[in-house]
Design a protein around this ligand. Structure first.
Ligand SMILES: *Cc1c(COP(=O)(O)O)cnc(C)c1O
Length: 408
């Protein structure tokens, strides 16, 4: 077992060494511009882009011409939301989304609100899932777009995308999904699920950062964010980042080949982690549905401990807490509070994102480490009377790392 252990796979994933190997020649030998039509350098780059586009399309059940390469899911979300709303001004000005979405949806929505678009942020149930009836009730004749994430990046719950898309369509709206956490981890099929637009990113599926894609159903018009040389059917101008696109393509191929087996392995690891924690400690609870959930996600609240102390104590395990560390203020996660958790409980929550490179030994280590750590953080702090003639503390006591001063 190698320390530190990485269990923050919802933040990013390690680039698979096989993906790196596929990318390297496109930094060196094959440096052509994929848009150069009149020489072999350009053709080699273009062929590689064609192959990658096909691999990405296959992974989500699309066709190649429906895949637009972008810099990642943030850009894909911006292009989908702003592009559709701008191109559909004549049809309406209303977006429906969920309050548990990623900032890469909520912030573009806020920008659109400044520009006169109306946005409905729907509440979710206690298990994190959006009720189909809640969506149906929110649709109006002015609703142009419904955007609901496939898998949540904090609690891993899988929304009933197919059902939500059907309801959106019956109300005359398009359906977009931010599938950054789902693509390559669970089966997604844009035609089976009735998805019109889908955002994805390479670095959540063992590919490089800074490259992603937007699926745009054939025939759908949207206004580009970036104008220029007319690349990507005019939807995203700029010279293609060929090595990154090759990386995304190869990462997609590997997920396609290994996803079903890997999902089973990760489900077992994740369940072992959860059962291990339950056996080791009282006062632990899971956040979000355990049945409609990514195989590799676990989000746990540890009653009566401080989230920051937990993260500090987990010095050789990389995880995230239920607090968004924006600048100095630690605000509780908007996802956990949407489930009904109080601020303290949200702060005392940890997100585990298991992945391709985690092993049984990693799970054992983390369970034992948390058992000791949480027990210690929950132990009452001894109180001393401070007097002038008080005896000195025994040597080493003040510095003992296993007796943190937890304050009030
Ligand atoms: C990671 C993530 C994003 C942002 O993706 P980038 O490629 O880093 O821009 C957007 N949405 C969700 C749900 C994510 O998990």
């Amino acid at each position: 077992m190698n320390l530190p252990i990485y269990m923050d796979g919802h933040a990013t994933t390690r680039v698979d060494p096989r993906v790196i190997a596929a990318m390297v020649p496109f930094f060196g030998e094959y440096y052509g511009n994929a848009a150069s039509r009149h020489h072999q350098f350009g053709w080699a780059a273009r062929d590689a882009v064609v192959e990658s586009r096909l691999a990405v399309a296959r992974l989500i059940g699309a066709t190649s011409r429906e895949v637009v390469f972008t810099s990642g899911a943030t850009e894909s979300n911006n292009l989908a939301l702003k592009g559709v709303m701008d191109a559909s001004r004549a049809r309406g000005n209303h977006i429906v989304t969920a309050c548990t979405e990623h900032r890469a949806i909520l912030d573009p929505c806020a920008r659109l609100e400044q520009q006169g678009v109306t946005v409905s942020y729907l509440p979710v149930r206690g298990d994190g899932l959006l009720d189909v009836g809640t969506l149906a009730a929110a649709l109006t004749p002015a609703t142009v777009l419904v955007s609901v994430m496939s898998a949540n990046n904090e609690i891993g719950v899988l929304q009933p995308i197919g059902d939500l898309a059907r309801v959106a369509h019956s109300g005359g709206a398009l359906f977009h999904t931010d599938a950054a956490q789902a693509v390559g981890q669970v089966k997604i099929d844009v035609s089976e699920d009735g998805i019109d637009l889908l955002s994805m990113t390479a670095h959540k599926l063992y590919g490089p950062k800074g490259i992603g894609a937007l699926y745009v159903r054939r025939g759908l018009t949207l206004t580009p964010l970036v104008d220029g040389g007319g690349h990507e059917s005019g939807l995203r101008s700029g010279t293609l980042n060929v090595p990154a696109i090759v990386g995304l393509g190869h990462a997609a191929r590997l997920c396609m080949a290994e996803m079903s087996e890997e999902a089973e392995r990760l489900t077992q690891l994740r369940n072992r982690l959860w059962h291990g924690l339950q056996q080791a400690l009282p006062g632990v609870s899971v956040n979000g549905s355990m049945t409609s959930r990514l195989p590799h996600n676990l989000n746990v609240t540890f009653d009566g401990v401080d989230g920051e102390q937990l993260l500090i104590g987990l010095d050789d395990v990389a995880v995230s807490s239920g607090a968004a560390c924006s600048s100095s203020r630690r605000s509780p996660s908007h996802v956990l509070t949407a489930l009904g958790l109080r601020e303290a409980a949200a702060q005392a929550s940890i997100r585990f994102g298991l992945g391709r490179f985690n092993t049984d030994e990693d799970i054992n280590y983390v369970v034992e480490k948390l058992r000791d750590l949480v027990a210690r953080l929950r132990a009452p702090v001894p109180v001393f009377e401070i007097e002038d003639d008080a005896p000195e503390l025994p040597p080493g006591w003040a510095a003992a790392p296993d007796r943190p001063n937890r304050g009030a």
